[in-house]
Design a protein around this ligand. Structure first.
Ligand SMILES: *Cc1c(COP(=O)(O)O)cnc(C)c1O
Length: 369
């Protein structure tokens, strides 16, 4: 096998660990435990270990395969499947995960059966949909009935608590009111089953806002956080929220320059559609120096989600395997960029998901800490 060096994802374990500590610290001050969500870095065990060392109380992923890898790597924290399980997956879910998020009675019964067959107790959080319209029981009556079923009829399951998800499909903001609604539903479930719930899980990074501004109601005692730890980009960039001194370079992409040449900025010839069948707009900025990188959409998704660390470098676009840069400003500033040089990019969460899981992108670990 070819010893492949570039492109590579640079995983800064020290910066990642510091981000985890920052978030778990802020949450702990408000009585909130953090489930570290590792699907954004393909569940890489060396990254997941930083979530453990940084003080998370459990780990979560949407993919069973990632949880199985963490188990095999000897990760000691409880592992949670955070995508509601497939009915066809029940046995494997119980085998691999300590708990799962759930919203369907038939799946809960299948998990119960699998758990009893395997001589295990599988933990469940029941998801309640507060309006974002992805997973979850609809209304407190349906939620309470499900809780009663788990409590009374499913000896293989333990009802650990309830949870919700906001800001995913429906773009609904995690306001204090929504968090209070979740707490009120938890109280109703507790009244129905006659005992307190251990976990009230208030959502993902988008709910961490309420920790940062101090408006999270007391009843919420868990958040499931991925993006806010791995990238620390959405809250500041999309919501104007100050996250404090978080690192935004825990996961970056390095790629190699394979062509440098002065070319026109406006394509020459009859313009139709690009490699992906899309009509693109091109701005005529005269002759500029371009660089081509040996990395493309297949590796990271959308070129608009790469942010060059070098100043004066602009991402123009990409096809499957090539990325086109305008480097004229960098050259004008006196930088040299030549074939064989390596350029580094910060990433959005989505791009990080792709680069860490692409077969053709290597993994390079650094630990400054
Ligand atoms: C992905 C996911 C999370 C974590 O979301 P971030 O925005 O990355 O913090 C939490 N809960 C569920 C159910 C998820 O699918």
């Amino acid at each position: 096998m070819r010893k492949q060096i570039y492109p590579r994802a640079v995983l800064d374990l020290g910066h990642l660990r510091e981000n985890v500590k920052m978030v778990t610290g802020r949450c702990a001050a408000m009585g909130i435990q953090v489930m570290g969500v590792v699907k954004g870095c393909d569940g890489l065990p060396r990254c997941a270990s930083q979530f453990v060392r940084g003080g998370c109380s459990s780990l979560g992923s949407s993919r069973i395969g990632q949880l199985a890898d963490l188990r095999a790597a000897g990760i000691s924290l409880p592992l949670w499947l955070i995508r509601i399980p497939m009915l066809s997956d029940a046995e494997e879910v119980v085998q691999v995960a300590d708990g799962s998020l759930n919203s369907d009675l038939a799946v809960l019964r299948a998990l119960d059966q699998a758990a009893r067959a395997q001589g295990k107790t599988h933990q469940v959080l029941l998801m309640t949909d507060l309006g974002d319209l992805r997973e979850g029981f609809w209304g407190v009556k349906e939620l309470t009935e499900a809780a009663l079923m788990v409590e009374r009829d499913c000896p293989g399951l333990h009802l650990t608590g309830i949870g919700t998800n906001l800001g995913c499909y429906g773009s609904v903001l995690a306001t204090r009111e929504k968090m209070e609604e979740l707490c009120a539903q938890a109280k109703e479930v507790e009244a129905a089953i006659g005992r307190p719930l251990e976990v009230v899980s208030g959502g993902a990074t988008s709910s961490y806002m309420r920790v940062l501004d101090g408006t999270m109601p007391e009843g919420v005692n868990q958040l499931r956080i991925g993006e806010g730890i791995l990238m620390a980009r959405d809250l500041p960039d999309l919501h104007g929220v100050d996250m404090g001194p978080m690192h935004r370079d825990a996961i970056t992409l390095e790629a190699e320059v394979v062509e440098v040449r002065e070319k026109p900025t406006y394509p020459q010839g009859a313009i139709t559609v690009d490699a992906f069948g899309h009509r693109q707009a091109y701005e005529d900025r005269g002759i500029r120096c371009h660089a081509v990188l040996a990395v493309g959409k297949v590796d990271y998704g959308d070129p608009g989600e790469l942010f060059p660390e070098a100043s004066g470098v602009r991402v123009l676009g990409a096809s499957s395997d090539h990325t086109l840069l305008d480097i004229q400003d960098a050259l004008d500033q006196g930088q040299e960029i030549r074939v064989g040089d390596i350029l580094r990019f910060r990433l959005t969460y989505a791009a990080a998901v792709y680069v860490t899981s692409s077969r053709d992108v290597g993994h390079y670990y650094v630990d400054q800490g």
